[in-house]
Design a protein around this ligand. Structure first.
Ligand SMILES: [Zn+2]
Length: 377
């Protein structure tokens, strides 16, 4: 496995390097040609002949990954890609998480065992039965030394019975999210405690001498804690996403890139990561259960507009948790008001997309008056 990880990494990095060189030289080169040079031809050179020792599917998939990474960067530069600007794809490192992806001809299931090309049968501790025949498998080694396999399978959607409620959710400044119903979704308390301990352990690593056995031990401790934090957060996100999607016919949220714009200084990367994960899970679950999930696409000053009368009250400092609308006198909780505006904007977007064919919900009267994007569209 270590050898396969290594070869896939080298091919990925060679791909990026070759693309960069061609770009600098102004040379046009096809994807097939890049792949031919970094895999097929590279195997014939003495510096890269060991590429022949591992499954070639893994190398081809590494090329595909590199190609997608490069394309995303290019599209982002050209402004074709939506969302936050992304940088040049990062070269894969020997350290940290390692992964390879294998398609149909690179793996097989032998009863309880997983056969991997050029490696052989591997014992797997199954977390659940596979619902269908998988089309690809990804083998991952996490920095804590554990191996995981994940399969791509087709799944039948199971639509839930329709329900009349809709909700808007906003990234809370203190909590994970706040809904337009006024519900505060906090991160679990033990997650905060774990995050604090993780930060301590990370400082401990930097105090150890580079290359020493103690540093390696400390690094492993960090990796294990990281796994705990990651899995706790993911578990919480799964449960939250499922509950929101199950209890609402439609869920509207602010896009992560937009949210970043709105609170540049406050957007902590940890918080962003948690938020992005929650959005992704809601999107997947909504598709699976036949519910609607939509991100509001434009920049909306959701925390500045009164959700009751639509008056724009100007920017507010993060310390301002509550405010009263100067026009209609409504007392607002900052985050709940933002979530209400998101709900209104989401509904308006959807109505426009459907040509006004949506049955108005009970709170729709508010939408018309909220005017969060009057003049913005
Ligand atoms: Zn008002």
């Amino acid at each position: 496995m270590a050898r396969t990880f290594g070869c896939a990494r080298v091919v990925f990095n060679d791909y990026l390097r070759l693309r960069d060189e061609c770009r600098a030289a102004g040379e046009k080169i096809s994807d097939t040609e890049v792949q031919r040079r970094v895999v097929t031809l590279a195997k014939l050179t003495p510096e890269r002949e060991w590429l022949g020792e591992v499954a070639s599917v893994a190398l081809v998939q590494a090329c595909q990954d590199a190609r997608r990474a490069y394309r995303n960067w290019f599209d982002s530069l050209a402004g074709v890609r939506k969302g936050r600007r992304i940088g040049h794809p990062r070269f894969r490192s020997k350290r940290g998480r390692q992964s390879v992806r294998l398609t149909r001809n690179g793996f097989a299931l032998h009863g309880e065992r997983l056969y991997l090309a050029k490696i052989g049968d591997v014992r797997v501790k199954w977390s659940r039965p596979l619902p269908a025949v998988p089309s690809s498998v990804t083998v991952v080694r996490e920095p804590d030394g554990r191996f995981y396999v994940s399969f791509v399978v087709e799944r039948q959607a199971v639509p839930l019975p329709a329900c009349g409620h809709e909700v808007g959710i906003d990234v809370g400044l203190v909590s994970l999210a706040v809904t337009s119903d006024g519900e505060v979704i906090a991160n679990p308390r033990f997650l905060r405690k774990r995050e604090r301990r993780l930060a301590q352990a990370q400082r401990a690593v930097s105090r150890k001498q580079k290359g020493s056995a103690n540093r390696e031990k400390a690094r492993h401790r960090v990796a294990v804690m990281h796994r705990n934090v990651r899995e706790t957060r993911r578990d919480h996100a799964h449960k939250t996403a499922l509950r929101l999607v199950r209890d609402n016919q439609a869920v509207y949220a602010e896009d992560i890139a937009v949210a970043g714009l709105a609170r540049t200084r406050l957007a902590k990367s940890v918080h962003d990561a948690g938020w992005a994960q929650l959005l992704r899970l809601m999107e997947q679950k909504a598709a699976h259960y036949g519910r609607t999930f939509a991100k509001i696409g434009r920049f909306e000053p959701t925390s500045q507009v009164c959700s009751a009368c639509g008056v724009k009250d100007g920017p507010k400092r993060p310390s301002v948790r509550q405010w009263a609308c100067p026009a209609c006198g409504t007392l607002h909780d900052r985050d709940v008001n933002a979530a209400k505006n998101i709900l209104a904007a989401g509904r308006a977007d959807r109505r426009n997309a459907c040509g006004g064919d949506i049955r108005p919900g009970p709170a729709l009267a508010v939408t018309g008056e909220a005017g969060t994007h009057r003049g913005a569209a």
